[in-house]
Write a protein that binds this ligand. Structure first.
Ligand code: ADP
Ligand code: MG
Length: 690
């Protein structure tokens, strides 16, 4: 029988009751047990001399009880002094019954296992495991390191060990190794059987640190398969989408021509190329799933607007979704400004819209009187229905994962037809990485900025020289320009962040009593934030002090100076995103990175990179080098795949091989795709059929 489907109850000693508890550990099948990896190991393979024990380590020792006594210091406890001729060790029991007390008597020999600590009278073990060794022959020492498994209440470590041991003995030989041997050879990885045996039962002297850090080939073997499984599941999803139907966009592009004719600028060749790629996809019968990567300021919005016109001309509706109210508002203004002159009805739907106004908007959307709706996630909440949604545009993709993408599509579904999806991100990641992690998407890249932009000149200045910075502010404002002063999140606390920003704003107000200054932060009501941003956009506010609420994508071309405090604490991509707020107009722009010395090596490298380049892809490449994809993509942000064993940072070298191996498997062993995916992603990932 296939162990991938064999229930755990097939194991000896696992009845329905235990099986129920194992479910809480996500252990349903015998195969699951094999992939339930130890957290750490105990070394019970050798006997230690008491004289050689170190506090903080677990150890096995043998010795004779020299002294046993019940003491009442603070708490009633049984204390035994054990010696093996090389030193003494105290055992301390807080819970013991009369029989235990009687057994743990002077003269008895025992074998002990426990954590050695530094106690009041030297080394001690609290509640060690013990076994008497006088009389009967003691059990032999363990042959291998002892695994400690992640557990849950009601499941004893010993029973997990027994289950795992039994599974290894009886079932390990039945596990299928889906990876072709040549691949293993190339990547210098062990077979699945070897890897699992080693991870569960490492022989003595295995470098357990390497296992714990995931650098051991056995763990890398498993991590690689998991990454491969993730990639394959996305590929499969993609293949499935290619069998689905989508509304075909066929217009002659009249509206697009009209909008282009009215624009004060010409599209860059990169924008034109990407627009073509999108329009080509929209003309297919299958739903487009396209990711557009483009540096901040590369002009993604107009491309999205032009693509929307394609859909609208074919009588379809478009939904444009942004991650925050601020960005949604900005998009609403841009889209309205561009499309309403063409006679197209644009509506906004955000969380703050209530009552009648909301009702009105909803009616327009459901009746098809609104061709395009712009908003936040509120666009896809219950009660929102489209008449005929053809295209969903999602801005700043990195906050949305595959599940969110699919859920959106399903909400826009009409009969058998699903809408096209266009996803835009300003966090470019290198192509190979994008292809491994976003295998369900096609990727387009806007790889040039509109002409006339001047690179932002960037300097790093220690905070002691703050005064120099202040004079720059005066210069910029006198020249009619505007300034951002960013106080980023330092503590993991919004309140503290706000305090710093408030203090800074006060100090700047004193320094420049004649300048129009405003403070914007996350605690303000959306309406207030909007007012401030609007005033800044109109030039009424000259100096904007902000916490990190100034979002990716906010567009104020007249702002030409940005000061970022505590720049050494921010990640490279984050700095780049912030800096992207300036250099949007034709004036020469400056970015000042204020830092607190001394700089760590990493911080120095980051600030150096910021000074040397303003190319988002180059920044991404360096960020990747320094921190790895996990950080770059912000694993903690929703939307990144969650892995059991793999780690995007640690395993980035493996990630490079995922795509080619996946292709090989798909071509030569297509029947293996399903079982690989099932092994790792389980039934939870059946997202193809939401
Ligand atoms: P992002 O890619 O960061 O979303 P935006 O779409 O906000 O960039 O564009 C930034 C600014 O550049 C906007 O003011 C936009 O109108 C302008 N823009 C876009 N394309 C061009 C172009 N081809 N030439 C000149 N300006 C452009
Ligand atoms: Mg944008």
């Amino acid at each position: 029988m296939d162990i991938a489907t064999l229930p755990v109850t097939a194991l000896k000693g696992v009845g329905p009751k235990l099986a129920d508890k194992l479910k809480r550990l996500n252990l349903h099948t015998v195969q699951d047990v094999l992939f339930h990896l130890p957290l750490r190991y105990q070394d019970r393979t050798r006997l230690m001399r008491i004289g050689s024990l170190r506090p903080g380590r677990e150890a096995v020792v043998e010795g004779e009880i020299e002294l046993a006594d019940v003491v009442f210091r603070g708490r009633r406890s049984l204390i035994c002094r054990v010696s093996d001729g090389t030193g003494h060790l105290h055992l301390r029991f807080f819970y013991f019954n009369a029989i235990q007390q009687q057994n743990l008597a002077r003269g008895r020999r025992l074998r002990l296992f426990g954590l050695v600590r530094f106690g009041a009278v030297g080394l001690e073990m609290i509640h060690p495991e013990y076994e008497f060794t006088d009389g009967a022959q003691p059990a032999p020492a363990e042959e291998n390191l002892t695994p400690v498994y992640p557990s849950t209440t009601g499941v004893h470590q010993l029973s997990l060990r027994k289950i795992a041991r039994q599974t290894l003995e009886k079932h390990l030989n039945k596990i299928h190794d889906w990876l072709p041997p040549v691949v293993l050879q190339e990547l210098k990885l062990p077979t699945l059987t070897e890897a699992l045996a080693l991870v569960h039962q490492p022989p003595p002297h295995t470098p357990v640190e390497l296992l714990a850090e995931g650098k051991h080939p056995a763990v890398r073997r498993l991590a690689f398969e998991e990454l491969l499984a993730h990639h394959l599941s996305l590929k499969r999803l993609r293949a499935q989408m290619q069998t689905e139907k989508a509304p075909v966009v066929t217009g002659a592009g009249e509206l697009i021509k009209q909008l282009l004719a009215g624009l004060p600028f010409r599209l860059t060749p990169a924008q034109e190329r990407v627009l073509h790629e999108i329009l080509h996809d929209l003309g297919q019968q299958h739903p487009m799933q396209r990711l557009v990567q483009g540096d901040v300021g590369s002009g993604k919005t107009i491309v999205a607007a032009l693509a929307s016109l394609g859909a609208i001309e074919s009588g379809l509706q478009v939904a444009v979704m942004a991650p925050t109210e601020l960005l949604a508002d900005q998009h609403l203004k841009n889209f309205s400004g561009w499309l309403e002159p063409l006679g197209i009805s644009v509506v906004g739907l955000s969380g703050k819209l209530n009552g009648r106004a909301r009702q009105n908007v909803l009616e327009k959307i459901v009746a098809g009187r609104a061709a395009i709706a712009v908003g936040t996630q509120a666009l896809f909440q219950e009660g929102v229905e489209f008449s005929d949604l053809g295209l969903i545009v999602v801005d700043e993709q990195h906050r949305f994962g595959v599940h969110q993408r699919l859920a959106l599509r399903e909400k826009g579904r009409r009969g058998e037809r699903r809408p096209h999806q266009l996803i835009m991100t300003a966090t470019p990641i290198p192509r190979t990485l994008a292809q491994s992690l976003y295998a369900d998407l096609d990727v387009s890249v806007i790889d040039e900025l509109p002409p006339g932009r001047q690179p932002v000149e960037t300097v790093a200045i220690p905070s002691a020289r703050r005064a120099d910075v202040v004079s720059r502010i005066r210069e910029a404002c006198t020249a009619g320009r505007q300034v951002y002063w960013v106080c980023p999140l330092i503590e993991e606390s919004e309140t503290l962040e706000l305090e710093t920003a408030t203090d800074t704003a006060e100090a700047l107000r004193e320094a420049f009593p004649d300048l129009r200054l405003a403070l914007i932060h996350g605690r303000l009501k959306p309406l207030e934030k909007e007012k401030i941003m609007a005033a800044f956009k109109r030039g009424e506010v000259q100096l904007l002090v902000a916490t990190t609420v100034i979002e990716v994508g906010v567009d104020v071309p007249n702002a030409s100076l940005m000061v970022i405090e505590n720049a050494e604490r921010l990640g490279l991509s984050q700095l780049h995103q912030l800096r992207g707020r300036i250099g949007r107009g034709s004036a020469e722009s400056h970015c000042v990175l204020l830092y607190q010395p001394p700089l760590s090596e990493m911080a120095r490298a980051r600030l150096g990179a910021m000074r040397e380049t303003s190319d988002g892809f180059e920044i991404a490449r360096r960020d990747l080098e320094m921190r790895g994809p996990g950080e770059l993509l912000g694993t903690r942000q929703a939307g990144m795949p969650q892995f059991h064993i793999a780690d995007l940072l640690r395993d980035r070298a493996l990630l490079e091989h995922v795509q080619s191996v996946a292709e090989q498997v798909l071509k030569e062993y297509p029947e293996r795709v399903e079982p690989i995916v099932r092994r790792w992603r389980g039934s939870a990932e059946e997202y193809g059929r939401v």
